[in-house]
Design a binder for this molecule. Structure first.
Ligand code: ZN
Length: 131
C-alpha cells in the first residue's frame, strides 16, 4: 500500500516528495497547483513539471485558533502557514516543526500528516526548516 495523500494531483511523486506545478511554454510562468492554461498569458501550451523541493521563506504567520470545516485535523495545535519561494514560483503551504520562523529561512519540502483516516495517516505537503 502506498502513501495516502489528500490530493494526488498536487504531486509528481510522493516518495521522494515533489510538487506538481505547470510551466508555460509561451511566457515561462510557473504556477502551483498545476493548471491547464497559463494564468499570466492564457496560453494552452503548458507542461506539468516537478517543482524544486528547497526554497526560502517569503512570509509566514502562525494561527492560534482551529481552522473551520471543511478543514480537518486530528487535534488542534497552533500551526504556521507560509509562502515559500521555490525559485520559479512561490507556494503557500504548511510550515511544520515549529511556530516561530524567520523570513529568508531555508526550508525543504516534506510530507506532513494532515489527519488520520481509518487508523492510517493521510499526508499533505509542508515545509520544514533546513537544519
Ligand atoms: Zn504564459
Amino acid at each position: 500500500m502506498g502513501i495516502a495523500v489528500v490530493d494526488s494531483t498536487l504531486f509528481t511523486s510522493v516518495d521522494p516528495v515533489v510538487l506538481a506545478g505547470s510551466m508555460c511554454g509561451a511566457c515561462g510562468a510557473h504556477v502551483f497547483p498545476a493548471m491547464d492554461s497559463c494564468p499570466t498569458c492564457s496560453s494552452l501550451d503548458v507542461t506539468r513539471v516537478g517543482l524544486p523541493t528547497e526554497g526560502t521563506l517569503w512570509s509566514w504567520t502562525t494561527q492560534h485558533f482551529a481552522p473551520k470545516p471543511p478543514f480537518r485535523t486530528d487535534e488542534f495545535a497552533p500551526f504556521s502557514i507560509g509562502y515559500v519561494d521555490l525559485g520559479p514560483v512561490i507556494v503557500e503551504g504548511w510550515l511544520v516543526g515549529k511556530t516561530q520562523w524567520t523570513i529568508g529561512e531555508q526550508v525543504n519540502l516534506v510530507l506532513a500528516k494532515a489527519w488520520t483516516h481509518e487508523g492510517a495517516p493521510v499526508f499533505t505537503f509542508g515545509f520544514e526548516a533546513v537544519t
